[in-house]
Design a protein around this ligand. Structure first.
Ligand code: CA
Length: 227
């Protein structure tokens, strides 16, 4: 199992990121200061680093610069509220592998972290299946028989969450946090809109699986009888 160090001083944000990654089978440690982060990095191996810039004891980039100076190539995704082009460039020049500006969608952070781990060949997520559906998280592809379609990051996370519930109702809150994180500021409609798009894709692929709404509670996968 790959292991990621999350360096983020906002406790709810750190927890939301850790939960979203853990749900994908990625182990997480969290550090809220540069000092904590250094202590973690000295005692354990991490396959990737998710690094906030604005930390109580300094800029996350100084830690990254130290690591790179020591020729440590742990892949690093920088998180920051600073979205100016200059900030982005300085992050990448310091040796960051990717860059995400706050606020971000949790599904996008998960997708980019997985891409980092994949590029460094520490993680090959398994295909998941349910009835006639096969989902490949690596390529964000939904396959039914010979046909396939690409899923957006939020569609992928919601479908995987529904598949983990295997026909039981998945609560709205659980689906929202799978796709966008508990921390995001999405409207209640966002989930319904994404489910609507997923239903369209299932229908386009002529799958026997449909998505059932339990009003006010959540959604579940169901398999049609006359399949
Ligand atoms: Ca911060």
């Amino acid at each position: 199992m790959p292991r990621v160090l999350i360096v983020e001083d906002h406790p709810r944000m750190a927890q939301a990121v850790a939960q979203a990654l853990q749900a994908q089978g990625i182990a997480c440690d969290t550090a809220s200061t540069l000092r904590h982060a250094v202590a973690f990095l000295e005692t354990a191996h991490h396959d990737a680093l998710i690094l906030d810039r604005g930390l109580p004891d300094g800029d996350g980039l100084t830690l990254l610069a130290q690591l790179r100076a020591l020729r440590q190539s742990t892949p690093c995704l920088i998180l920051t509220a600073r979205d100016a082009l200059g900030e982005r460039v300085s992050g990448l020049e310091t040796g960051a592998d990717d860059y995400l500006t706050k606020p971000f969608e949790m599904a996008e952070l998960v997708a980019r972290t997985k891409a980092l781990l994949r590029r460094h060949a520490v993680w090959a997520p398994e295909e998941r299946s349910f009835a006639d559906l096969k989902v490949s998280p690596t390529t964000s592809t939904l396959v039914v028989g010979p046909a396939s379609i690409t899923l957006s990051p939020s569609e992928l996370q919601i479908l995987l969450a529904l598949m983990r519930h295997a026909g039981q109702v998945a609560r709205r809150g659980a689906l929202e946090s799978a796709a966008w994180g508990a921390f995001s500021e999405i409207t209640p409609k966002a989930l319904d809109v994404t489910i609507h798009r997923l239903r369209g894709k299932l229908a386009a692929l002529r799958s026997v699986v449909s998505i059932i709404n339990t009003k006010g509670v959540g959604y579940a996968l169901a398999v049609s009888d006359n399949a």
